[in-house]
Design a binder for this molecule. Structure first.
Ligand SMILES: [Zn+2]
Length: 144
């Protein structure tokens, strides 16, 4: 009778089966390794499925929040919070109400006298300032 060879399903080596038809692996080692590999790949699949589930749940939560935000009627607090958030998102910087810092910054730029950086103090030791109303350099002992 001719010898029949199988290929191990784990290491793919040819082997002579002791039990024909039922033997898929060349050795017990390969059989158990294959078993573990199968098990861990199943676990991976399970993990992936769980990840998908979590993602689905997050997606549902997000759409729930969306619905709540735009309804405005159902939950007044959430509605106004969302509206405020949206206002911020959609309001261009130039249309935003000025903050105290903005105003202070603007006042600093719009003040009448500006210290001139590239002129030395005069003979009396006064500091030069540019007067934006008269377009003249003025000198002062005190910061203007
Ligand atoms: Zn093998």
């Amino acid at each position: 009778m001719e010898k029949e060879f199988y290929n191990c399903e784990y290491c793919f080596k040819e082997f002579e089966p002791k039990r024909r038809r039922v033997q898929k692996f060349c050795s017990n080692t390969c059989r158990s390794k294959a078993h573990h590999a199968k098990k861990s790949s199943k676990e991976l699949v399970a993990q992936n499925e769980q990840t998908v589930d979590t993602f689905e749940i997050e997606k549902q939560n997000i759409s729930k929040v969306d619905k709540m935000s735009f309804a405005g009627v159902g939950n007044a607090t959430a509605g106004s919070l969302a509206a405020d958030g949206l206002k911020r998102v959609f309001t261009a910087p130039q249309n935003m109400p000025a903050t105290k810092a903005d105003i202070a910054n603007m006042e600093a730029k719009l003040k009448r006298y500006h210290k001139v950086a590239n002129l030395p103090p005069n003979q009396l030791g006064k500091t030069p300032y540019f007067d934006i109303e008269t377009n003249e350099i003025v000198y002062s002992f005190f910061p203007l």
